[in-house]
Design a protein around this ligand. Structure first.
Ligand SMILES: *Cc1c(COP(=O)(O)O)cnc(C)c1O
Length: 364
């Protein structure tokens, strides 16, 4: 049986009438930038995350960039984040002309190690940017406690964690701002590029609205220097239609994860849901010693897999200027060598999930 790593066309076909109606509503309205669809989506997404505000922007990368810009972070400032993330986390810090400072992750949740965070603080540290990798939040209590002590804001990279929880609170409501991507394959994905920033802070909300729209509040009166990073009405309307299904989709992801967890062989290290956290199961990241061999054997059986991510940030050519060679972040480096993502999306059938499990168990 063939199992693709992802197939967004299934979701479209399953809800075609709703998605087509959303598109036509926008086409007929004649309003493509700002307007009622964006306003409604921002309200609905903020309510979903449990924050006062959400600001729609053009991508997850720009969500992080704009969050940094809203805090006035720029040249000479340091932002602490992790090396095992999607590179856009770092791209956003570079866009702000700030310096990414990397701290290693914990081997149990693959996320920022609060102990390592403590050691990398300097007088130049202006923000902490934990990533909720694979859909599980970082251990936010100790991170927020350290941040509070140092008087530095926490910005969440929640681009993989729509609907994840830490205690009773949702990803995006834990730090000063939460940054989301609606890249098509994310748990909540647009039909193109899109992103959002969540916050409870009224002043930051106002600033973010200006920053994404050339720095203006009143048209043609530019109070600050901004850019164009808007979430257009078409994507907003489509995201509204999809948001209604997000919890059901995440619940299906959870059931698939439970099946994997229960049936995969012991030689496969399965991802743990940490106590007190609800994993949004964006990616199902297993760790295996002979990763490349398993990947090839699964491919031969028709099962597509991916590696998230093959090269940690500090070993990427583009970031050689960080001056951190092999051995700088051993846990992240070990993840890069042994991680394999199995198919994980709500539309997988039970037969496909079973096929993945038997193929993996036969191939390990
Ligand atoms: C997807 C992603 C981003 C970037 O989002 P884009 O919308 O592609 O710009 C940033 N950080 C993480 C962890 C991501 O997974």
């Amino acid at each position: 049986m063939n199992v693709k790593f992802g197939d967004l066309s299934i979701q479209y076909r399953a809800h075609q009438a709703e998605f087509d109606a959303a598109v036509h509503r926008v086409l007929e309205s004649g309003q493509f930038i700002f307007g009622p669809e964006l306003d409604a989506f921002e309200k609905e997404f903020a309510a979903y995350c449990g924050t006062r505000h959400a600001v729609g922007v053009a991508s997850g990368t720009e969500a992080i960039y704009l969050a940094l810009a809203a805090l006035g972070i720029g040249p000479g400032d340091e932002v602490i984040t992790v090396p095992n993330t999607a590179v856009p986390t770092i791209s956003a810090i570079s866009m702000a002309n700030a310096k990414p400072v990397l701290v290693d992750v914990r081997p149990d949740d693959f996320n920022m190690d609060p102990q390592a965070l403590k050691r990398r603080f300097t007088a130049k540290t202006k923000a902490i940017l934990p990533v909720h990798l694979y859909g599980q939040t970082a251990d936010m209590a100790p991170i927020l406690e350290i941040a509070e002590k140092k008087g530095v804001p926490v910005i969440e990279d929640a681009c993989q964690a729509h609907g994840a929880r830490y205690g009773s609170k949702k990803a995006g409501s834990l730090g000063k701002m939460g940054c989301f991507s609606f890249y098509p394959s994310k748990n909540l994905g647009a039909f193109g590029d899109a992103g959002a920033i969540t916050t409870d802070d009224d002043a930051l909300y106002e600033r973010l609205q200006m920053l994404r729209n050339y720095g203006q509040k009143i048209r043609y009166y530019h109070e600050i220097k901004g850019i164009n990073s808007r979430l257009d009405a078409m994507q907003a309307a489509l995201l509204r239609a999809k948001l209604k299904h997000l919890d059901a989709w995440n619940a299906r992801r959870t059931r698939i994860a439970e099946y994997y967890e229960k049936h995969l062989a012991d030689a496969i290290r399965t991802p743990r849901e940490m106590a007190g956290r609800t994993h949004a199961r964006h990616l199902y990241a297993i760790l295996v010693q002979e990763r490349d061999r398993l990947k090839k054997r699964l491919a031969d059986k028709g099962i597509q897999t991916e590696i998230h991510y093959p090269v940690p940030v500090h070993l990427q050519k583009a970031y050689a200027d960080l001056g951190q060679g092999p051995g700088s972040h051993p846990v992240a480096e070990q993840c890069a060598l042994t991680e394999l993502s199995l198919p994980m999306y709500p539309e997988l059938t039970q037969e496909q999930v079973e096929a993945v499990v038997s193929a993996a168990n036969e191939s390990i």
